[in-house]
Design a protein. Structure first.
Length: 725
């Protein structure tokens, strides 16, 4: 579609995201005087500003025709009347209408140039003191700086989406800093890629062989490795990727690698693992984290262990009295031993009694008057462990008291946590950085119990920590292998264990009623899959199993894009389940009263966490605000907070970790090819408690079963721990 150019005046700003300057605004066009809606990235723009916009028309399902902006230019006022209006909007203290008129009378169309470049001339006018002049000069300079920055970024091919972060990071020195070293953008500005910084460098006259370019390329590609979960990159793979993708030469890359190591940005180390010699390149922070995890655990395990003063019979009686549960032989042995160890791991799949064992350990700790601390990596997982144990659990970030502005924690080895026994549930979700911070803050004489399922998806951040702790064979590990009788009767549990072993699920088991807990609906066309998912959620499952589509049914999908991604499914499900009523729009998304929504990032002020799901209970269309009900707790969102929310009828499998739902529907098609993995399918299936429905193709299921590669994340924690002990 060809681009169009429009010019006009901003009359209303409906929405603005201050982090990326995504804006929805009303504009009166210069030529037709028509009122239109414009959407896109608009940095440094205020009401009444005149703009020249490049973009194209698109049609929104609810709000009709909108002009999607790809480029824009601020048009400075040209006539005396326009300049007077512009100066008034600056809101300078003591700058009255009379003074503004005097300025324009004195300097005419050069008024803005005079104020910015020769402000001392303003003081010659009657009634203009030094303070007024300085305030006026400062206010206009800020406006002009934004305009110049926008022009500068456009000239050097840097997308406007980065403008706000560049301003925030560099302030008035932005152009100077970028001109000095555009490659600093990669580390200083979130989301900036090497290609963009490299293009800017070329336009600024920086040659291909510049050492700064080569060092930046190495750090960027190393960052790509860690974004995929690796703690380090083999040097050969790292340099090869730099050469192939960005046409670097081997000799300068080798020299740059040495310089980065000397400067403390990376650490290089020769490792030996599985008979393979690896020349590893670590980001410095990850090297320190991995090394310190091993050292801290070795320190804890070096302290002599003491058996708690409790007999097997007393353990049995305690669990019976407190929980009305008779422990199995496997569980009783674990309870008898686990508090004898400084650090221990409990791992097992669904139906093996992990939750019962955690409840029993908590009850036993209470009986022994231990100060027990319960924690989990996410808010959802923390609430779940609170529900099953009756003991308050918190997120690891909250436990460590993170300061999100500085990225530091209040608790560390010099200000340790308080507690005798620390139980960390869903430990497979804890990445290398967070595990390092947690262990750094745990008292060395405390007991730590990690609980998790190593066959689930690994942490989003780098590392495969829980699996590495077990693989080191230095921590006492209790693998729960016995599937309890009740679980043996569950097709969900049995098929989860089949998938874990790489076997195709068995869909033949049915209850006496003729219904099953586990279904596979074979459908090849992604559009048909989407339609059937909507029908299942809106009609068939509620009618057959009487599940509430908002509270009980969760759609889990591997990806965000495509017909069966979260974006498309949420739009279709919202239309089917909640298509009428009051609504507001934020960043192209429509929220309605009654919608199922998910919070996207930890917000400790609101006490809401990444992945929390609730229902919109109230919409204020005038203020563009809303209230979300999180299981009885109401949380208010102003218009500027709405970017923290998204629709949650369908969510990604990664976002579901640590949660359980009565019913889950999992679309799985070859459209998801790049993301189809055995542990992803296993994780999705084990989120369902009473009903799991897979819908897609057998080929997609087979691809997922065959792809067991995520367990091969590059890390050396298992060997470090083995060597440290």
């Amino acid at each position: 579609m060809s681009s169009l150019i429009l010019a006009g005046r901003i009359t209303r700003i409906r929405y603005r995201n201050d982090e990326n300057n995504y804006t929805i605004a009303d504009l009166i066009t210069d030529d037709t005087r028509a009122a239109i809606t414009v959407v896109g990235i608009l940095a440094g723009i205020a009401l009444e500003d005149r703009l020249r916009l490049t973009g194209s028309w698109e049609t929104h399902s609810r709000f009709g025709d909108q002009f999607r902006i790809t480029e824009y230019e601020l048009i400075l006022p040209e006539t005396g009347e326009e300049i007077q209006t512009y100066l008034k909007r600056l809101g300078v203290k003591n700058l009255s209408k009379a003074k503004i008129k005097a300025l324009v009378t004195a300097f005419g169309t050069d008024t803005l140039t005079v104020i910015e470049e020769t402000p001392e001339r303003v003081r010659d006018l009657k009634g203009f003191g030094k303070k007024t002049m300085e305030n006026l000069h400062e206010a206009l300079s800020r406006q002009m700086a934004v305009k110049r920055l926008i022009t500068f970024l456009k000239e050097h091919g840097i997308p406007m989406v980065h403008c706000a972060q560049i301003q925030k990071c560099y302030g008035s020195k932005a152009e100077e800093r970028i001109s000095e070293n555009p490659f600093d953008l990669i580390t200083d500005v979130p989301g900036m890629d090497f290609a963009t910084a490299d293009h800017a460098a070329q336009t600024l006259g920086i040659i291909e062989g510049d050492p700064r370019r080569i060092r930046a390329c190495i750090l960027f590609v190393l960052g790509q490795f860690t974004a995929r979960g690796h703690v380090f990159s083999p040097a050969g793979e790292l340099l090869t990727r730099c050469m192939e993708q960005y046409h670097m030469e081997h000799a300068p890359l080798t020299e740059a690698l040495s310089e980065l190591s000397t400067q403390g940005h990376i650490t290089t180390e020769t490792l030996s693992k599985g008979g393979e010699t690896i020349h590893a390149v670590y980001p410095q922070a990850l090297f320190i984290a991995e090394q310190n995890i091993a050292r801290r655990l070795a320190m804890m395990l070096s302290i002599p262990e003491t058996a708690p003063p409790v007999s097997r019979e007393e353990i049995m009686e305690t669990v019976l009295v407190k929980l009305a549960i008779k422990p199995s032989e496997e569980q009783l042995t674990t309870l008898e031993e686990i508090l004898c160890h400084r650090v221990a791991v409990i791992t097992g799949g669904p139906g093996t009694g992990k939750t019962t064992l955690v409840r029993s350990i908590a009850a036993l700790c209470d009986h022994l008057h231990h100060d027990t601390v319960m924690a989990a990596p996410t808010g959802r997982a923390a609430r779940r462990i609170t529900e099953v144990t009756g003991k308050k659990a918190v997120t690891l970030h909250k436990l460590l008291k993170i300061n999100f502005k500085t990225g530091t924690f209040d608790h560390h080895r010099d200000n340790p946590l308080s507690g005798d026994v620390f139980i960390v549930d869903e430990a497979s979700m804890v990445d290398t950085h967070l595990m390092h911070r947690f262990l750094d803050a745990v008292p060395v004489n405390a007991t730590v119990v990690f609980v998790g399922d190593i066959f689930q998806l690994p942490s989003v951040g780098p590392g495969n920590v829980l699996a590495d702790l077990i693989a080191s064979e230095r921590l006492k590990t209790y693998p729960l292998t016995r599937i309890f009788r009740q679980a043996l009767e569950s097709p969900i549990v049995m098929n989860a264990h089949r998938v874990r072993k790489g076997e195709f699920p068995d869909f033949s088991v049915k209850k006496e009623s003729g219904l099953s807990e586990f279904y596979f609906i074979e459908t090849g066309d992604p559009l048909t899959v989407m339609e059937r998912v909507v029908d299942l959620c809106a009609t068939r499952i509620p009618a057959t199993w009487h599940f509430n589509p908002f509270e009980d049914i969760q759609i889990l999908t591997p990806m965000h894009k495509g017909e069966v991604g979260t974006i498309s499914l949420n739009t279709a499900l919202q239309r089917a389940l909640n298509g009428t009523g009051e609504a507001i729009e934020s960043m192209g998304r429509t929220f309605r009263s009654g919608d199922k929504v998910m919070h996207l990032k930890n917000n400790y002020e609101k006490d809401v966490f990444n992945g929390d799901i609730g229902i919109i209970s109230e919409i204020n269309t005038g203020k563009k605000s809303l209230t979300v009900d999180y299981e009885g707790r109401k949380v208010d969102y102003e218009s500027e907070d709405l970017d923290e929310l998204t629709l949650a009828y369908a969510i990604s499998v990664h976002k579901s970790q640590g949660s359980e739902y009565p019913a889950v529907v999992v679309p799985i098609t070859t459209q998801h090819y790049a993301l189809l993995q055995r542990n992803l399918l296993y994780t999705a299936m084990t989120r369902g408690k009473e009903l799991v429905i897979l819908i897609g193709t057998r080929r997609a299921v087979e691809i997922a079963l065959a792809n067991n590669q995520p367990t091969r994340r590059r890390s050396y924690l298992d060997r470090r721990l083995a060597e440290a002990l």
